[in-house]
Every structure is written in structure tokens, then in C-alpha cells.
Design a protein around this ligand. Structure first.
Ligand code: NAD
Length: 502
């Protein structure tokens, strides 16, 4: 895996300093539109992880005791800097991930919402007080930071998903070690630089690059109190089990197969717009992408006709051109996996209405492009339905009734997001009530909750009990302490009985 010396190297950020020294191992960072390696990323070993956890441990006492208003000031300054650098984030993310620059800059907008909420930390960290739980006795609770927290993040939102974790963690008084995806690691270093400019003390936010070796070292390190993970389901399950076995609190968000149910009474143009945007935006590499449509009753034919007409108009090309609608997928391995699934779908007998395998992008012949792909007459036993493909592939299933559609969605192992398009309030209400999914849209295709709610799926899409960011984020990154006090001049006297409220 030794890369040529002329390649740019992406390193770590520990204790307020970039760490670019020679690593024993490196990974490739691709330019997905051109199809070549553009840089290399250092892979942390155990010593580097120890250094980052040490830096975070040393910074914890001072940061966690800093007055709340002063912590909020740092968050507010960081928020402004993120906003000012939105275009730069867009360019960095687009060049390593492949998504369109404007889509990449959109990550910043959603991340800002999460920081906005975290800026309210003085209010969010308030406890509760009960006066007079017994004679002259009061009880109150406080929420305290847990210590050093680590975040392990996926390639598909290299800016926004880390913010989901570290904004509430740092606001609550914790220190943080981020292990971003090795496929598009550069945005993490810009965030580290901006934290420093915002006045965050050195060591509060650290970045370590790497692969499984770095992740395992964080999961096993006794100095790490909490692990947040976002990524695929098999790795989420592994992270949850290993970190929990080591006594850490864990939230591990996994993969998805998100369904959009189209009722016969729906505005079919709006439903087709929603399906095309959410299935093919970011080349289908969003955890909230719709990858399965469920057309109910006689909606199938007119809906598919509308989807096909829209697919023909999509402009596919390099991410740096904001005039394009869809870019390439992230790596050659991702391209080959997705092409393999399209082949499987054909073999399984689904009907291939749009075939993305034939796409060629002029001037970018080596890029990892796959065109929008649409299957109809998909059954729930097919692998193209059961597995998360994570590419621009939409499969349509047909259902006779709303009940059958609900049974299909609830029978799927994933439960991240789902939507229903309908003009019937009764159908919408039945759907929101009966569906076993964590985030539900009604005539909304990608129901990612705003920053003052929390984000999380059900079933195989989340291991752990608390969702990420918003109020649940603050619960996850703090632990409660309950204090019972008696301030009175006279002694209550000796009593060997169990204390009661008398
Ligand atoms: P991934 O699971 O391959 O990698 C995620 C992180 O885990 C990376 O930092 C990676 O270095 C690390 N990792 C990978 N293999 C590991 C191993 N064997 N041991 C320890 N660590 C390992 O996911 P990805 O391909 O980067 O991202 C796409 C996946 O993330 C999709 O499944 C998508 O649905 C999911 N995702 C989920 C959400 C959500 O909120 N539920 C959000 C975004 C992405």
C-alpha cells in the first residue's frame, strides 16, 4: 500500500497540532470523478491513538469546569467559522467523496443546525430540584460530562456526521477524539483548524486517521468513556458489542433500506420528484436515501412512467460542476459492488427499467460513474431488496393496499427512515402510527429531523437506546448525579431505620 512520495498526505491532529509524521501504513484517497488516487491518508497505530486519548484526557478537567457561558462563546465562534467556510467544505468534500459541490455545501447547513442547538448548552445542562423531599431535605440532579468521547464516522457525510457527535459532546464539557472515514478524511482537519481559531483549548478536539486498527484501539482504550458510531450495520453491531463489553456507553447507528410508499391518491408528480431526488441524490449514498418505492394499487404504472421521464433529464458528471445533478460513487470497490447488485437483480428476475451500467461520462471515462438504475416487480425475497446497495439503484415493489405496504416495510430488518405520499390524513395517520421506523416523512422524502430533535433509526439501523444530536445527544454525553441535602441547625438524631420522607 506504499504510495508515491509526490502524493499529498493527510495526517492527524492531536493536542492542538497537526501530526504528519511518517506512518507505517497509509490508505488511498481517490478522485472519484477522474478515477485515480489523489492523496494518501496516514493510518494511526496504537501509539497514535494513545497520544490522542492522552491529549483529550489532559484537556478534560479544565474544559469541563469552564463556565457554561464561556463554553457557549467558543461554540458560537465555531458556528460562524463553519458558515464562513461552507464553500471550502463543499470543495473538499466533493473532491474526495464525489458528490456535487452544492450538495456537499448543504451538509454544512444541516451541521450548523446541530451547532445552533448545542450553543444553548447553559439551558440544556440544567438539572432539576425538589424542595422539601423530607423535613429540611432537598434533592436535586445535575448532569456532568462523561469524559473522553470518541466518534467513528462514515464516508458519506464527512463533515455533517462528525458534527452530529462532537458539537453536543464538546458543548456538554467532554473532550473528543474523531476517527473519520479514511475515504474522505480532509474535512476533519479543516474542522480541527476552525475549532482552534474559535478558541477551543488544545486537546479538547483531536483527529486520528485510520482503519480498523485505530477503531479497535479506541474501543479498547480504558481512557475512552463513550463511543458514537455511524456506518454500516455489520460494523455498528460489532462496535456496539465490543465497546459495551469494555464498559463504555455506546450509540451505534447502522445502515438502511428506506421505503417510500405511494398511495393511489397521492400527487404522483410530487411523489416522482421526491423519489428521483432521494434515490439518486449523492448517487444514492445517503443513509436516508430512498432505495425502495412501494406503489400501492394502480399507482405503479403512472408513477414509474414519471420516474423514467425524470431520470432521462438528470445531468451526471463531476462533482465540482454545480450544474450536474449527480456525481460518481466514492471508490472503485463501491462501483463494483453496485454493478454486481444490478447484475444480481437481473438474474433474480426483477424488471430493469433503467440500466445505469451503460453510462459513460465524456472527459471522465475512468471515473466511478453509475447511472440512475430502476427495477420494477421486485419481491421481498430478492437480494436487491433485502441488502443495502448504497448506490443509485431504486427498486419498486407493488402492494395491493396500505396494510400490505405497511407489512412490507415492517418486515424489513432496517428501520431508519420512511415516507408516505398521500392526500389522505387517515392513511398518513395509520402509517405514522403503525410503521416500525425511527424517522417518518409524510409527503416529505428524506425526513432528517432538524437539529433540535434527535436522529436515529430502529431495528438494525441503531444499536443503543439514545438517538444522535438534539436532546438525546446531550443525554448521551452527560451522566446524571442526584444530590440529597439537609441544611438545618438541629441534628435529626440517630435512626437506624431506612430513611423515609417523614
Ligand atoms: P463503514 O461501516 O464501512 O465505515 C464506517 C466507519 O467504520 C469508518 O470510519 C471505517 O473506518 C470504520 N470501519 C470500517 N470497517 C471496520 C471494521 N471492520 N472494524 C472497525 N471499524 C471499521 O461505512 P461507510 O461505507 O463509510 O458508510 C456507509 C454506511 O454508513 C452505509 O451503510 C450507511 O447507511 C451508513 N450510514 C448510516 C447513517 C445513519 O445515521 N444511520 C448515516 C450515514 C451513513
Amino acid at each position: 500500500m506504499e504510495a508515491p512520495a509526490r502524493l499529498r498526505s493527510v495526517g492527524h491532529f492531536i493536542g492542538g497540532k497537526p501530526v504528519d509524521d511518517d506512518a507505517a501504513r497509509y490508505g488511498d484517497i481517490y478522485d472519484p470523478a477522474r478515477g485515480h488516487v489523489q492523496a494518501r491518508v496516514a493510518f494511526a497505530d496504537n501509539a497514535t491513538i494513545n497520544a490522542a486519548v492522552d491529549a483529550a484526557t489532559q484537556a478534560f478537567p479544565k474544559w469541563s469546569r469552564l463556565p457554561l457561558g464561556r463554553r457557549a462563546e467558543v461554540l458560537l465562534a465555531f458556528r460562524e467559522l463553519l458558515k464562513q467556510h461552507a464553500d471550502e467544505f463543499g470543495r473538499i468534500v466533493s473532491s474526495e467523496h464525489g458528490k456535487i459541490v452544492t450538495d456537499a455545501a448543504g451538509e454544512v447547513v444541516r451541521a450548523l443546525e446541530v451547532v445552533d442547538f448545542a450553543c444553548g448548552l447553559p439551558h440544556l445542562l440544567k438539572g432539576e430540584l425538589s424542595e422539601g423531599v423530607s423535613t429540611n431535605v432537598d434533592t436535586y440532579s445535575i448532569r456532568q460530562a462523561v469524559g473522553v468521547c470518541a466518534g467513528i464516522t462514515p464516508f458519506n457525510f464527512p463533515m455533517m456526521v462528525p458534527v452530529w457527535m462532537f458539537a453536543p459532546a464538546i458543548a456538554a464539557g467532554n473532550t473528543f477524539v474523531l476517527k473519520p472515514s479514511e475515504r474522505d478524511p480532509s474535512a476533519s482537519l479543516l474542522m480541527a483548524k476552525l475549532w482552534q481559531e474559535a478558541g477551543l483549548p488544545d486537546g479538547v478536539f483531536n483527529v486520528v486517521q485510520g482503519d480498523k486498527v485505530a477503531v479497535d484501539a479506541l474501543l479498547d482504550h480504558p481512557g475512552v468513556a463513550a463511543i458514537s458510531f455511524v456506518g454500516s450495520t455489520p460494523i455498528a453491531r460489532y462496535i456496539y458489542e465490543r465497546a459495551a463489553r469494555n464498559g463504555k456507553r455506546v450509540q451505534a447507528l447502522g445502515g438502511a433500506k428506506n421505503h417510500l410508499v405511494v398511495m393511489p391518491d397521492a400527487d404522483l408528480d410530487a411523489a416522482a420528484d421526491a423519489l428521483v431526488s432521494s434515490a439518486y441524490g449523492s448517487a444514492g449514498q445517503r443513509c436516508m436515501a430512498i432505495s425502495a418505492s412501494v406503489s400501492v394499487g394502480d399507482s405503479a404504472e403512472p408513477l414509474l412512467e414519471r420516474i423514467l421521464a425524470r431520470i432521462k433529464k438528470l445531468k451526471i458528471g463531476a462533482g465540482h460542476d454545480a450544474g450536474n445533478d449527480m456525481g460518481p460513487v466514492v471508490t472503485p470497490a463501491a462501483r463494483d459492488r453496485i454493478l454486481g447488485y444490478i447484475e444480481t437483480g437481473v438474474k433474480e428476475g426483477a424488471s430493469l427499467l433503467a440500466d445505469g451500467r451503460t453510462l459513460r461520462v465524456s472527459g471522465y471515462e475512468d471515473g466511478f460513474f453509475i447511472g440512475p438504475t430502476l427495477f420494477d416487480k421486485t419481491s421481498t425475497s430478492m437480494r436487491i431488496y433485502r441488502d443495502e446497495i448504497f448506490g443509485p439503484v431504486l427498486v419498486n415493489l407493488r402492494a395491493k393496499s396500505l396494510d400490505e405496504a405497511i407489512a412490507i416495510v415492517n418486515g424489513n430488518p432496517y428501520g431508519n427512515g420512511t415516507s408516505i405520499f398521500t392526500r389522505s390524513g387517515a392513511a398518513a395517520r395509520a402509517y405514522q402510527s403503525e410503521i416500525q421506523v425511527g424517522m417518518v416523512g409524510i409527503n416529505i422524502p428524506i425526513p432528517v429531523p432538524v437539529g433540535y430533535y434527535s436522529f436515529g433509526g430502529w431495528k438494525a439501523s441503531l444499536f443503543g437506546d439514545l438517538h444522535i444530536y438534539g436532546p438525546d445527544g446531550f443525554r448521551f454525553y452527560t451522566r446524571s448525579k442526584v444530590i440529597t441535602t439537609r441544611w438545618h441547625e438541629s441534628n435529626a438524631g440517630m435512626n437506624l431505620g431506612f430513611p423515609t420522607h417523614k
